[in-house]
Design a protein around this ligand. Structure first.
Ligand code: CMC
Length: 429
């Protein structure tokens, strides 16, 4: 196995040797840090071939369709764990034993309420504000309510920030929905499980008790586990880049939420259901597929494709199964929208354009359908993705802050603008 790579030039410049770094799994990495000293940068828009950090948290093999959190295959975690156990794994590196689990869950439960004054932050918004806009603001505002966490140099305080975020983000997400509806905010109920409590805060009212359906609560835990972390994706890289300047954890997570909102990333689950609604009927599938293939049309089939997975996304396989369980439980298999989604999946999986480009339905295709079946409005889908991904973001943020190699993120560029020119006074231009 090569241990160094050598760059040679078609000029007199001497060759440059670069070390090759090996991870425990996955692609080897050429360490190009010394290149700048030789007068070169590398060019990689979209970070197609760039490792920006080292990380012990999540491993993906896109060719084989593998996803591991801390070495555990996602299938085993989704089958056997709840979301807080997985959050413990991401944050602390190990699945908790019985005592650790009890302590972790109880600590999270002590922090589920928001500072009472925070309800005023919600009230500054229009009632029709998108829940993601509200979440970005309220999570960012936590820096003003919990200023002790603004010191990022103390590992113990970083862990407190992680606990606060894991505990409070579900309350923030559910309240952004209640605010849309014009219903009173529901306080967390700490005797409930994490997913059940979120469902309670979403669907209960002060006049109606709400008993979460255990099958739906399990499906919800699974959605959270599958979305909890995904290596150095756009939003996680955003969290790391913002955090690299020493910014407080709430600002970093608010930035992650902002990045997640885009339809190419977490916004895809909402965009998928909006697309299905626009399609309306099986008879229009051909028209949408034609548009997706047309290079002069920017339209993409939402919920299909992935930057890393060139095989079935393992999360999508699990979510697909969960989707059928939920549709069966709710007797929704004949619902026209779900029939349309299943027909679209079938047609796209057989279509040569999608087959040759290895464009499979991704996790957001199925999670959107499950959440819709559960009565969650489209506008909340990405907010729920953000709530799940908070576990990964804050674990990655803690890891970055503890990394001795951590530096402020500062990419370089290939400048293509005007060369030096002389200033002209206004009347001379
Ligand atoms: N519909 C139609 N064509 C597509 C699609 C799609 N959904 N996705 C990719 N392609 C085509 C693309 O045009 C390109 O074609 P060609 O080789 O002829 O130029 C080819 O497939 C390769 O795609 P790419 O643009 O190189 O892929 P990328 O890695 O830059 O983009 C993606 C990945 C996820 C942004 C893209 O597939 C997409 O926009 N999908 C729809 C949005 C979506 O569902 N996003 C959720 C991702 S999963 C959740 C998450 O992790 O955030």
């Amino acid at each position: 196995m090569a241990t160094k790579a050598t760059i040679t030039f078609d000029s007199d410049s001497p060759p440059i040797d670069l070390p090759i770094l090996k991870g425990s799994l996955g692609t080897d990495v050429i360490d190009i840090r010394s290149l700048g000293k030789h007068g070169y940068f590398t060019y990689d828009p979209g970070f197609m071939s760039t490792a920006a950090c080292n990380s012990d948290i999540t491993f993906i093999d896109g060719e084989q369709g593998l996803l591991y959190y801390r070495g555990y295959p996602i299938e085993q975690l989704a089958e056997n764990c709840d979301f807080l156990e997985v959050s413990h794994l991401l944050l602390h590196g190990e699945l908790p034993n019985v005592d650790q689990r009890e302590a972790f869950v109880s600590t999270i439960k002590q922090h589920t309420m928001l500072h009472d004054q925070m309800s005023n932050v919600f009230r500054g918004f229009r009632r029709d504000a998108h829940p993601m806009a509200v979440m970005i603001a309220v999570v960012g505002a936590m820096a003003a309510f919990y200023p002790d966490n603004n010191d990022v140099s103390d590992p113990a305080l970083r862990k407190t920030a992680a606990i606060r975020l894991l505990a409070k983000v579900p309350t923030i997400a559910a309240w952004s929905f209640k605010y849309n509806l014009g219903q009173p905010f529901m306080y967390p109920k700490n005797k409930l499980g994490y997913a059940e409590n979120f469902m309670h805060m979403m669907f209960a009212t002060p006049c109606e008790e709400y008993t979460p359906n255990p099958i739906l609560a399990k499906a919800f835990e699974r959605i959270l586990i599958l979305h909890a972390d995904h290596e150095q994706n756009a939003s996680t890289s955003t969290v790391r880049l913002v955090g690299s300047s020493g910014a407080n954890p709430f600002a970093c997570i608010a930035a992650g939420i902002a990045s997640l909102w885009g339809p190419s990333h977490g916004g895809a689950n909402e965009a998928t259901l909006n697309m299905l609604e626009e399609m309306g009927d099986v008879s229009r599938i051909g028209e949408f597929i034609k548009r997706a293939k047309d290079k002069s049309d920017s339209f993409k089939l939402m919920g299909f494709g992935h930057r890393v997975y060139r095989n079935m996304d393992p999360r999508a396989s699990i979510m697909r199964k969960t989707c059928h369980e939920v549709l069966n439980e709710l007797g929704l298999h004949d619902d026209p929208m779900f029939k349309l989604a299943m027909e679209l999946e079938k047609i796209a999986l057989e279509d040569d354009y999608f087959v040759t480009r290895k464009l499979y339905p991704n996790v957001d295709f199925y999670s959107g359908i499950v959440m819709r079946a559960m009565g969650i409005p489209n506008s909340m889908f990405t907010a729920i993705f953000a709530l799940a991904r908070t576990a990964g973001w804050i674990s990655q943020w803690c890891e970055m802050n503890a990394d001795p190699e951590q530096k402020i993120g500062r990419p370089r560029q290939l400048y293509t603008g005007a060369e030096r020119r002389e200033f002209l006074a206004l009347h001379e231009r």
